[in-house]
Design a binder for this molecule. Structure first.
Ligand code: ASP
Ligand code: MG
Length: 455
């Protein structure tokens, strides 16, 4: 039977008419059933700026942004020779954008709800355009298939945590079976939006920045796809960020677990949640470049052939180290419980952690400092110290916690760089430690040279 493929194209792959046609060509060659798109490059940022400007400033300033967003899409529409029905659809979206911005401006209030609907317009506009691009490519290739625009909100049911909504998987699956499985008959390609969803009572939500990858994975799970493809502007997952180490190499194959560590600990290739649905349903994920579809790309799978000790490395910038100590906890119990309860109450997620008898150190994104109440609450029962300007370095691979001498090798390679905290043991796939932000690049360069380039 024919494979069911869901392909997602990111913002740069939607950059202009030419990018859209190139992406559509890729989807055609792959014979994808569902094409999930991001907003055109820069549009989500512009829509956020529009919401904020309309809330805080005069209408004149908001209008400048409205025109900018409209013109960008009109230019693509013109280059693609958008058909009259779709042109009308695009104009409706422009009208909705203007009405929303006006409402925000009148009320001088841009709620998270309003912001989500405003941001949803980016994906809704790009999907109208991409449907045209897909149909052009299908026609040029004399395919009998047709591309249809599909409103993802009809199947992507979420909770009402606006701006970071969570998909309700069972509902998504039910709705996909009911409304999206027509793509399996091979007559249609559904072009749909990433990043957005809808609550049970019909409110538009977003899954958080960069959430289109996650949407595509949720849809792949929902329609029981055989393959999920993530098309971006780099040819797959690399051993590290090539901007830091020009000798970084593309990885041909990597396991789900290694990739989720890599995505969580700083590599920008995939939204960290993307792999959850793929892992649940064991759907292999391909990451490739829509600009260079012939390049090999990376396969992410449950089972892989090679299990190198160090496969890749990443850094997560803007980290803080919070150390919580109290001598009262000497030989007492419940200290960790008390601490984690505070983090839980504030919905703050901890990345790495080390403990001693009377202290616990955790790393957090520095944005959590904006919530001063968190530190205040911790300070009620312990002494709290915060160190800033740190960077979490992670080495990703296999058998890391069972390999004798690995720590020595790592610290030999980084030489005189001071290490602030080490996390080893919890995972076979990750070794991470903190360094000062201004030494992070140097640290990665030394490790990459030592573990990957010279191997
Ligand atoms: N357009 C959204 C963003 O820029 C979602 C995505 O691109 O994945 O965050
Ligand atoms: Mg993106």
């Amino acid at each position: 039977m024919k494979q069911v493929i869901v392909s997602k194209f990111g913002g740069t792959s939607m950059g202009d008419a030419q990018c859209m046609l190139r992406s559509a060509e890729v989807a055609f060659k792959q014979d994808s059933c569902v094409v999930v798109v991001s907003a055109t490059s820069g549009t989500t940022n512009d829509l956020i700026a529009l919401g904020k400007t309309a809330e805080k400033q005069s209408w004149k300033e908001a209008e400048i942004l409205l025109t900018k967003i409209r013109d960008r899409h009109l230019k693509i529409a013109e280059d693609l020779k958008l058909n009259p029905t779709s042109s009308a659809e695009l104009r409706n979206l422009f009208d909705e954008m203007e009405s929303l911005a006006k409402g925000i401006n009148l009320l001088k209030d841009c709620s998270v709800k309003a912001m989500d609907t405003l941001q949803s317009l980016g994906e809704r506009m790009s999907s109208v355009l991409c449907t045209e691009a897909m149909n052009t490519v299908l026609r040029n290739n004399k395919s009998s298939k047709q591309a249809v625009l599909f409103d993802v909100r009809d199947v992507l049911r979420t909770d009402d945590a606006f701006s970071k909504a969570r998909p309700i998987t069972a509902e998504v699956e039910r709705l996909c079976t009911e409304k999206l499985s027509f793509v399996k008959q091979g007559k249609h390609v559904a072009v749909t939006q990433g990043f957005i969803g809808k609550t049970a009572d019909g409110m538009t939500t977003t899954l958080g920045r960069g959430g289109s990858d996650y949407s595509a994975a949720i849809l792949a799970e929902g329609i029981h796809a055989d393959i999920l493809e993530i098309w971006t502007d780099v040819a797959g997952i690399a051993t590290t960020d090539p901007r830091i180490c020009p000798k970084a190499k593309p990885i041909a194959e990597i396991s789900f677990t290694e990739t989720s560590e890599l995505a969580t600990f700083g590599a920008k290739v995939l939204h960290p949640a993307t792999l959850l649905p793929a892992m649940r349903k064991n759907i292999p994920v391909f990451v490739g470049s829509s600009f260079d579809a012939e390049a090999r790309g990376t396969w992410v799978r449950r089972e892989v052939k090679d299990h190198p000790l160090i496969r890749a490395m990443a850094m997560r910038k803007k980290q803080i180290l919070v150390t919580i100590s109290t001598p009262e906890m000497l030989h007492a119990h419940g200290f960790l419980f008390q601490i984690f309860k505070v983090f839980n109450d504030h919905k703050v997620s901890i990345d790495a952690i080390t403990t001693s008898e009377i202290s616990v150190s955790v790393t957090l994104d520095d944005s959590t400092l904006m919530n001063t109440k968190l530190i205040e609450d911790l300070s009620k029962f312990a002494d709290v110290q915060v160190e800033e300007n740190l960077c979490l370095i992670s080495l990703i691979g296999n058998n890391i916690n069972h390999t004798a001498g690995l720590a020595k090798q790592i610290f030999d390679k980084i030489g005189n760089i001071n290490v602030r905290m080490i996390c080893l043991g919890a995972s076979k796939h990750n070794f991470c430690f903190l360094v000062n932000e201004d030494q992070a690049v140097e640290t990665i360069q030394r490790l990459h040279a030592g573990f990957i380039e010279n191997h």
